[in-house]
Ligand binder design. Structure first.
Ligand code: FPP
Length: 243
């Protein structure tokens, strides 16, 4: 447990993180891109633990998009290895009964993922289901438009079977068919590395999200940056379309 946590007046319930800048971080050090992802994976673990300690209930990390398959095979393989390592580690932590154990959810298309990774994902989701301190969504093979397409198809099937009528379709119903169903929408989405776009991340869920951008590269992201985000967040006046 971290002893240096400031007092925050309000906390976001859900933070989304776009883990960007690993490649540049590696290049600056003359390292392979995969080394940047390895460093990024370490940052991911630290930030998950800190968010849990602070009391954030939901976090979503963009780990691999539906477009990332077009990266060099070596890089894709290195990323898949990192995901497997994290899941195997989650299994170990489960045995140690670590207090910060998180409820793990993978959001994204399952089709196309390596079979061994898929088995680990299913196990981690099942085993960690009993935890409620923090829900960690890892967006893997994820695309916001693909998620919406999936939801539309599922709803269309229900309408076709006569289980739902067209008039039953509402924003709440669509919310039930997206991957984060049952979780609050992200209050704030964080994108480091000097880019100012969403890149197909949480397309439906981000309708009213606040944004936080910075030039820090993801492997350099620290607990202090989380504190800065939280102090900034508590100053923002969220009106949700009202006055
Ligand atoms: C984008 O940076 C980053 C990714 C496509 C991969 C993010 C994945 C991780 C940090 C590993 C997370 C690990 C677990 C266990 C969830 P980039 O490569 O596009 O960076 P660049 O823009 O500097 O090239």
């Amino acid at each position: 447990m971290n002893d240096n946590i400031p007092v925050f007046e309000v906390l976001p319930q859900h933070i989304g993180f776009i883990m960007d800048g690993n490649g540049r971080w590696a290049k600056m050090r003359g390292l392979e891109r995969s080394e940047g992802h390895k460093a990024g994976a370490k940052t991911f673990r630290r930030i998950v633990e800190y968010c849990a300690d602070v009391g954030i209930k939901h976090v979503t990390f963009y780990a691999f998009s539906t477009e990332n398959w077009s990266r060099p095979e070596k890089e894709v393989k290195a990323l898949m290895k990192l995901f497997k390592e994290y899941l195997l580690e989650a299994d170990e932590r489960e045995k140690e009964n670590d207090i910060r154990q998180s409820r793990i959810r993978f959001i994204g298309e399952r089709e196309g993922l390596p079979k061994d990774l898929l088995r680990l994902i299913e196990k981690a989701e099942k085993v960690s289901n009993k935890y409620s301190k923090i829900t960690v969504n890892v967006a893997l093979n994820y695309g916001g438009r693909a998620e919406l397409t999936h939801a539309v198809k599922e709803i269309a099937k229900k309408v076709k079977n006569g289980e739902m009528s067209v008039d039953d379709i509402s924003e709440d119903v669509i919310g039930d068919y997206i991957y984060t169903a049952g979780q609050p929408d992200p209050d704030i989405i964080v994108r480091p590395s000097g880019e100012y776009r969403l890149s197909n991340f949480l397309t439906w869920q981000s309708a009213y999200s606040e944004f936080w951008f910075s030039d820090i590269l993801w492997p350099d992201f620290t607990e202090k940056d989380v504190n800065d985000i939280l102090f900034d967040y508590q100053k923002r006046n969220r009106r949700f379309g009202g006055v």
